[in-house]
Design a protein around this ligand. Structure first.
Ligand SMILES: [Zn+2]
Length: 247
C-alpha cells in the first residue's frame, strides 16, 4: 500500500514537509467539487491541523486554494469566482508559506507539550485543536498539580533550547505497535482499523506518536510555547490554551 497516496493524488507534503512549490497536472475540474491534481503538497487537514491555503498558477492565471475536502479523492477548494483550470492543464502549485510554517510550529509545539505532560505527569491527551500559532489541548487531569503551569512552561523552554530533532517515518501497523507500545498518546485510539501503515512523528528522546500532520525539523524551530490559560472543563479534564511565540 502506498501511504503517500490519497485517491488519484500523490501527497508530496508527507515526503517533504518543507516543499512549497511543485508542478502538477489537473485530473478533475468541477465547479461544485473543485480540483484534483496528480501531485499535491497541500496538507488536507487532519489530526487537529487545519488544511493549507495556497495558489495554482497556469498560463498567467491564478486560482487561489482556500481548503481541501477529503473524499475518495483530495478535492482542492478554489476561492469563490476564481477561474478553474480544465482537466489536463499543467499547473504550478504553491502552498502559502506563512500559514503552513506557523501550523507546523504549532503542531510540533503540541507534541512537545503533550510529550512533557505525559513524561512528567503520566497524563493523556483527550482532545485538541489548532490554528496558526494558537491552540488548545485537553488533558485528563482531575486535580491540577501544584505549580503545573510554571513547571510545564519551563520544561517546554528547556526542550526547545535542547534543539531535539523531529523526524517522521512509516512502519507497518503491527511492527509500529510492537516497537512503540505508547504510540497512541490520546485517551482513545483514533487510528482507523484498516490503516496498514502508521506514520510516526518522533521528537528525539522525548516523544513518539502516530500522526499524520506536518512538523518542523527540530524543537528550536517551534519557538516559545506560552500557556495562556488553564480551564477546568469538568469530568476530570483541563483545557490548556497556548500560543506559540518567536524565541
Ligand atoms: Zn499531531
Amino acid at each position: 500500500m502506498d501511504s503517500d497516496r490519497h485517491g488519484r493524488t500523490l501527497r508530496l507534503e508527507l515526503g517533504d514537509q518543507t516543499l512549497r512549490g511543485w508542478q502538477a497536472v489537473v485530473l478533475a475540474s468541477d465547479p461544485e467539487q473543485g480540483l484534483v491534481l496528480d501531485r499535491s503538497a497541500f496538507y488536507p487537514g487532519g489530526g487537529g491541523q487545519p488544511p493549507d491555503h495556497g495558489v495554482l498558477l497556469w498560463g498567467g492565471v491564478q486560482t487561489r486554494v482556500v481548503g481541501v475536502r477529503k473524499t475518495d479523492d483530495l478535492w482542492l477548494v478554489p476561492a469563490d469566482d476564481d477561474p478553474l483550470p480544465p482537466v489536463g492543464t499543467q499547473v504550478r502549485g504553491g502552498v502559502e508559506d506563512e500559514r503552513r510554517t506557523a501550523l507546523m510550529r504549532t503542531h510540533s509545539g503540541l507534541h512537545l507539550l503533550s510529550g512533557i505532560v505525559f513524561r512528567d505527569y503520566g497524563t493523556l491527551v483527550t482532545g485538541g485543536n489548532m490554528e496558526p500559532l494558537q491552540a488548545r489541548m485537553d488533558f485528563n487531569l482531575p486535580v491540577l498539580p501544584d505549580g503545573f503551569r510554571d513547571a510545564v512552561t519551563a520544561a517546554c523552554a528547556v526542550e526547545v533550547a535542547a534543539d531535539r530533532a523531529i523526524t517522521t517515518s512509516t512502519l507497518p501497523r503491527e511492527r509500529a505497535f510492537a516497537e512503540y507500545p505508547d504510540l497512541i498518546r490520546t485517551a482513545t485510539n483514533l487510528l482507523p482499523d484498516d490503516l496498514e501503515v502508521v506514520r510516526i512523528v518522533d521528537i528525539a528522546g522525548l516523544d513518539t506518536q502516530a500522526d499524520a500532520g506536518t512538523h518542523v525539523a527540530s524543537t528550536k524551530a517551534i519557538g516559545a510555547l506560552e500557556i495562556l490559560k488553564i480551564e477546568n472543563k469538568g469530568k476530570g479534564f483541563r483545557r490548556l490554551r497556548v500560543r506559540i511565540l518567536e524565541n
